[in-house]
Design a protein around this ligand. Structure first.
Ligand SMILES: Nc1nc2c(ncn2[C@@H]2O[C@H](COP(=O)(O)OP(=O)(O)OP(=O)(O)O)[C@@H](O)[C@H]2O)c(=O)[nH]1
Length: 404
């Protein structure tokens, strides 16, 4: 595997901006694009419907805009997305484009970002020329709570984000709305413990806070594994989630006892639905000191992918391979697609453990942890060890030896 750090030309960072309908994606982009830090940025917008208002707004701020107007980016025009990304490279390579320092893709409000990421990760050429920098998800301070209650897509968008941007907090001027904003931020923190939450109205959603969120720092010379994985953020997450759930249920019981009507109009009581989509989302980090054989890693991921692919919203991590422990393998998984990003030349700091961050839907941490322990050789009672799993041909689905 080649190391993209040393390969030339360096891959172009790609940022995906998601957020539910009307969350403020175009508004934020328009505010960002004139910033000198955004020079050399191409924006790919897609339209839902015929009226190209997004296009007009964005084009005013930047010439390098390509509009995709044939439908929703996630389901109908991935071919167009590939063509657009290829065309940008062509224009760069033959000098028609002076520079291409970054590509920003604004998705429709309904889009699941995974297929967009797959488009690049699975394309043999694009994956060498572009690198995913990050997913930025916008959440509306006024409507966000109800959107999260009702739309699983919105929950997934928030869960997989590298940065969360709360918009329209300037409208939270009543005590009720201010309290609802606090509750929304708490909910987002539990849903996605690692992503910083930026307040757009307070000017926090600036390029410096939102870009270069990936593994590589701007100078491309070093990888910041600790910041990328934000492993420590996951440690308190479960306790916080349990605390929140207990409070929600207590409030729910209390409201029932007092016969409250839960329809509060604009102020949207966040406590009214005990079966919220969030309860299906898990975010956790697995770590081990023990080096992992390439075949074990391969098998571990293959088993997870083949049996539970759609439940793996996002996995990212570094792996200490038994065969080459000094050069960590960096990988990223989005649903069923595994993307080994690179082999680093050395560990960037003293922490040389394998660390994998998981964001899952309807996939319990305990299940993944037990499987992981078996593959790294940390045996627990009543758990199959790696040999048993490898010896059982029924378990080996699509074994490919990818990392050996
Ligand atoms: N008060 C306030 N209004 C905002 C803010 N951000 C966006 N808006 C308004 O919210 C509305 C929707 O904003 P857009 O930027 O069009 O939202 P979008 O996410 O691009 O919308 P779609 O493309 O339809 O998904 C517009 O009327 C914006 O002016 C904000 O921070 N504060």
């Amino acid at each position: 595997m080649t190391d993209p750090i040393s390969a030339a030309p360096p891959p172009i960072p790609l940022t995906v901006i998601t957020g539910f309908l009307g969350a403020g994606k175009t508004t934020l982009l328009n505010r960002l694009l004139p910033d000198p830090a955004m020079a050399g940025t191409a924006v790919i917008v897609n339209e839902f419907g015929e009226i190209g208002i997004d296009h007009v707004l964005v084009e005013r701020a930047d010439d390098g805009v390509v509009e995709l107007s044939s439908g929703c980016l996630c389901c109908t025009i991935r071919g167009d997305l590939v063509a657009t990304l290829e065309d940008l490279l062509r224009r760069l390579d033959n000098g028609r484009l002076d520079e291409l320092r970054r590509v920003v893709i604004e998705t429709t409000g309904l889009a699941d970002p995974a297929p967009i990421l797959h488009t690049v990760m699975r394309h043999p050429y694009l994956v060498r020329r572009y690198r995913l920098d990050g997913v930025i998800t916008l959440v509306d301070a006024v409507n966000g709570m109800v959107t999260l209650d009702t739309q699983i897509e919105a929950v997934k968008q928030a869960a997989v984000a590298d940065r969360l941007v709360v918009t329209k907090s300037d409208l939270c001027t009543t005590p009720e709305r201010a309290a609802a904003l606090v509750a929304l931020r708490t909910r987002l923190r539990v849903l996605n413990p690692a992503a910083p939450i930026l307040d757009a109205a307070a000017g926090e959603a600036a390029p410096a806070a939102m870009l270069e969120t990936g593994l590589w720092r701007a100078d491309r010379k070093s990888a910041d594994v600790t910041a990328w994985l934000a492993e420590e953020a996951y440690r308190d997450r479960d306790a916080e989630r349990r605390r929140l759930e207990a409070r929600r249920h207590a409030d729910h019981d209390h409201d029932h006892d007092h016969g409250h009507d839960h329809d509060h109009g604009d102020d949207h009581d966040h406590r009214h639905d005990p079966n919220r989509h969030d309860d299906h989302i898990r975010a956790f980090c697995l770590a081990t000191d023990r080096p992992m054989a390439a075949a074990s890693l391969d098998l571990f991921l293959d088993l997870l992918r083949s049996a539970h692919g759609p439940k793996l919203l996002r996995v990212k991590g570094v792996v200490r391979l038994a065969e080459d422990p000094e050069r960590p393998l960096v990988l990223q998984v989005v649903q069923h697609v595994v993307h080994p990003i690179a082999r680093l030349e050395r560990w960037p700091d003293d922490d040389r453990r394998t660390r994998l961050v998981f964001i899952t839907r309807d996939l319990e941490e305990g299940f993944v942890r037990r499987m992981f322990d078996a593959f790294v050789g940390t045996l627990a009672p009543d758990t199959a060890d790696t040999t048993a799993m490898i010896d059982n041909p029924l378990q080996i689905s699509g074994f490919s030896g990818r990392f050996s």
